[in-house]
Design a protein around this ligand. Sequence first.
Ligand SMILES: NC(=O)c1ccc[n+]([C@@H]2O[C@H](COP(=O)([O-])OP(=O)(O)OC[C@H]3O[C@@H](n4cnc5c(N)ncnc54)[C@H](OP(=O)(O)O)[C@@H]3O)[C@@H](O)[C@H]2O)c1
Length: 358
Amino acid sequence: MASSIPTTTSGFRIDLTAGSFDGLRLDPSMPVAPLGPQDCLVAMHAVSLNYRDIAMPLRLYPAYTKEDVVPCSDGAGVVVAVGSDVKSLKVGDQVCPTFFQDFEDGYPTKQSRASSLGGLNDGVLRKHAVFGEKGLIKVPKFLGAKEASTLPCAALTAWNALFGVEGRALKRGDWVLTQGSGGVSIFALLFARALGAHVVATTGDKGKEKRLRDLGADIVLNYREDPKWGIAAKEYIERQGGTGAQHVIEVGGETSMEQSLKAVAPEGVISIIGFLGGEAAAGERRTGFWDCFASACLVRGVLVGSKRQFRDMLAFMEEKGIRPVIDGKTWKLEQAREAYEYLRAQKFFGKVVIEIEE
Ligand SMILES: NC(=O)c1ccc[n+]([C@@H]2O[C@H](COP(=O)([O-])OP(=O)(O)OC[C@H]3O[C@@H](n4cnc5c(N)ncnc54)[C@H](OP(=O)(O)O)[C@@H]3O)[C@@H](O)[C@H]2O)c1
């Protein structure tokens, strides 16, 4: 136990009725929950933003969000006090709260899904927070707090997409198709290259093409200039002797699925992750049953990942020396709204991070 435990802290809440970033409110005297025997008090040092975090106040998020929720799932900090029964963590440990506070291993359940942070339950955009020991993971010091803050949702989702299906885990020499230069996609690119797999990356921003190549993408296609980027990806892979992408990181959603199904290899995996492209316009063709049938692939919805997968990912990152890609601009807690606007403008590259000073 540490001696002085704050009873209040500062942090943000979202007033969902605003329907805009006006709903983000800084509360300078937010109560800190009492420390139970199995809890740890964490001083948050960094929070990273995901598309989900901006989708909630804009009411674009497709799942229920608790009114007045403390937003954001991804952060890192240091344990400053532990309850009497805590065994695996001690004061001074660098930790990340896990996206699902109650998901040790296996497949998602009703219970694990109900334990997500920053939507159904208060998240990490605050200076101090109490988490159960099982909802925290120790992060080795080879990663700094800003880097560690990017892992719980963005990195783990990419990891689960590439390695989460038994018998279909990404292998050296396989092909991965990533979409755009956001958090999940860049992690997938980093993991794939570290393993010796090949990557076809896409972007809608000409200025980001070289940066994706510099990270190791074999080829970068522009999804705005070439709406048939999935066909182009498959043709490119075939010219290199492959049969298509063994893994597709589907973050565009309904509007990009048709091209993903063109790019995927027979028996490849399309991981349905996001919905950045919104809904297909009225009259626009939607993919469905026959498209999946004809592509002879596995289409799989991904829900972040478990704590066991998080441990595996950390071990892989440490072994391969993988460091998250963080955008050049970082923000302070008081500037959270500007950081949200910055994410929405999509001019960033990699992860947008908010630093939290003590
Ligand atoms: N299922 C899950 O467990 C899970 C977990 C994490 C995220 N997600 C979802 O996955 C999606 C990505 O999340 P994120 O946090 O990585 O996003 P993000 O970091 O905000 O990524 C935004 C970037 O994606 C690219 N992009 C935008 N529209 C696109 C489109 N129609 N097609 C392809 N790329 C597009 C743009 O990059 P360029 O400028 O390079 O084009 C943009 O800068 C979101 O929908 C999010 O809600 C789901």
